[in-house]
Design a protein around this ligand. Structure first.
Ligand code: NAP
Length: 533
């Protein structure tokens, strides 16, 4: 597959493959390193632009829904190739807009193209559609009808990316990849913190759509510095689902908008999480210094701007003197960090100050730009259990160390937790036997339970669950990372009594695609072909 070329930056929305007019409201990206304005100027999409983008998606939807998995796989591979080919350009611009270091962004490019190819592989395999066939039995009383079902796309999907992953959770990130894979046109509301990176990626997607021959309305990118465009999109009657990655406040606002529509639609919002860590006695005894150093690296990685940042840590105080000492020392020696936007830096300062009145803290000096001080907050479990605000996420390089009295208090803290993306337990085998109940409680609170590794770093594969009960996400039955993310943007459709030619190929008697199917309750292998009757 030939890769697609990126043009220059235009500062305008891309609607169904064409540039929008410049409007009246404009904004800029900023360099978090020094607070400087970045060119070009970006124009917010107008109400008419929103209508045109949705109309394009509506027009593209039936054709895109009927396309084969192989055809959509070609599209995803073309986007992935385009991203890899433009890696240097993307890294330079993303670095200017986010101050995330080059090695991190290099990894993010690979992750972004890698997850597009992961979905392409899922489509090429084809079995993901969950084909189920129950054949007719006219002799039964009453006669049993022929019923066949599979997963089908929802229709136009609106995607909101987050500031902290300008590629992997943005314009061609996991939400876009999974929604396109499932057969839905996508309209992205660009994140205003990295407009240039977003526009470069949009051009790659547009070129890939054209190259593979899908309708131009399969993809649009709309800019807006505020919330008007996003709100219009979510409320538009032709939009059928929303994928969101960002703050709890943003996700909740979109959930409320979507559920108050005449036709409520699903919002898959992946929101904030504090990712509790429990360091059990055996692990503290064996490696408290290494754990404290590792924890410091993990909660300050990327300036602490990871949705999986370990934001609260539970230890038995009587056993944790060395651990606490090393952690405090690491924090005081850590450098100043750059946050992604001025807004995030202000909220960080405000939130740390608010919690500092309830907890003790040590931290480094903040430097230039949108800077933040590495901070450790410490609190007794009694205070933690009585003040809910202590468990809320602070986005940035801070963690909360909770000193527990004994095992029972740790369990009490675990039971009081809300939904999070991850929970981590550092433990010896003996600890795991002794604290088996803790693991059972944590399993009810999170999407991913981790033993003896820090939660930052989310592998993109078939088994990953990046989700968790509310408020970590709007729907704890889903994941936004990994191939299972495709199931958010489909619904099951049953076909009763359709002749063979009118059925989707996946459901015809002859299993020409060679996919796994449930045939009269038995899983048939991909190679098994049922003879036509
Ligand atoms: P954000 O401020 O919520 O922004 C996300 C996007 O939603 C932006 O385009 C934003 O537009 C838009 N938005 C926010 N509030 C809105 C509203 N009320 N109506 C319409 N649109 C709205 O989040 P962020 O600061 O970029 O990202 C940081 C947060 O994301 C952290 O809490 C982090 O934990 C979370 N995160 C979660 C995951 C995950 O998978 N769970 C992954 C990465 C990040 P504006 O910028 O114009 O407000």
């Amino acid at each position: 597959m030939a890769s697609v070329a990126v043009e220059k930056l235009h500062g305008r929305s891309w609607i169904a493959g064409a540039l929008a007019e410049s409007g009246s409201n404009s904004f800029h990206g900023y360099s978090p390193a020094d607070g400087g304005k970045l060119e070009p100027e970006y124009f917010s999409a107008s109400a008419a632009d929103v209508e045109r983008a949705v109309a394009g998606a509506v027009e593209a939807a039936p054709l895109f829904a009927r396309s084969s998995g192989m055809e959509r796989a070609k599209l995803l591979r073309a986007i992935a190739d385009g991203i890899d080919a433009a890696a240097e350009q993307l890294i330079v611009r993303a670095n200017q807009e986010t101050a995330l270091p080059r090695p991190r962004l290099t990894g993010e490019v690979a992750r972004t193209s890698g997850q597009l190819r992961l979905f392409a592989g899922v489509l090429e395999d084809g079995s993901w559609v969950n084909a189920r066939i129950d054949t007719a039995d006219p002799m039964r009383t009453p006669p049993k009808p022929d019923i066949r079902s599979m997963l089908r796309p929802l229709g136009p999907v609106v995607v909101f990316g987050a500031s902290n992953f300008p590629l992997a959770f943005s314009v061609a990130g996991g939400d876009t990849a999974s929604a396109l894979a499932a057969g839905n046109p996508v309209i992205v509301k660009a994140h205003p913190a990295h407009p240039g990176t977003g526009e470069l990626v949009a051009q790659i997607i547009n070129a890939a759509v054209q190259l593979v021959g899908f309708p131009a309305g399969t993809f649009s990118l709309l800019f807006d510095e505020g919330h008007e465009v996003g709100a219009r999109l979510v409320q538009h009657p032709a939009v059928k689902a929303v994928g969101f990655t960002g703050s709890f406040r943003g996700g909740r606002a979109l959930m409320d908008l979507a559920s108050s529509r005449k036709e409520p639609i699903p919002v898959y919002a992946e929101m904030g999480s504090t990712n509790p860590v429990f360091v059990l006695p055996g692990a503290l005894k064996e490696k408290s210094e290494a754990l404290a150093t590792g924890l410091h690296q993990s909660f300050t990685l990327g300036g602490g701007q990871f949705c999986t940042k370990p934001g609260m840590v539970f230890v038995e105080e009587a056993l944790a003197a060395d651990f606490t000492k090393t952690l405090r020392a690491s924090v005081t020696q850590s450098p100043s960090f750059n946050l992604l936007t001025e807004g995030i830096a202000k909220v960080f300062d405000r939130s740390v100050s608010a919690k500092s009145s309830l907890a003790t803290s040590v931290g480094t000096e903040a430097g230039a730009g949108f800077a933040a001080q590495g901070t450790l907050l410490e609190v007794k479990a009694e205070a933690f259990l009585t003040d809910h605000s202590l468990s809320e996420e602070i986005f940035g390089p801070v963690t909360l160390l909770v000193h527990c009295g004994a095992a029972a208090q740790m369990m009490q803290a675990a039971q009081a937790l809300e939904g999070h993306l991850t929970a981590t337990v550092f433990a010896t085998e003996e600890d795991l036997v002794q604290y088996a109940d803790l693991l059972h409680v944590l399993e009810t609170k999170v999407g991913r339970l981790i033993v003896n590794a820090f939660p930052t770093g989310v592998e993109v594969n078939h088994a990953m669950v990046h989700g968790g009960p509310y408020p970590a996400t709007s729907d704890g039955r889903s994941t936004s990372v990994g191939s299972q993310a495709i199931f958010r943007f489909v619904r099951p459709v049953a076909y009763q009594g359709l002749p063979q030619f009118a059925l989707p190929p996946e459901l015809r008697d002859r299993n020409e695609l060679g996919i796994y199917r449930l045939w009269n309750g038995k899983l048939e292998s991909g190679s098994h072909v049922v003879e036509s009757k």
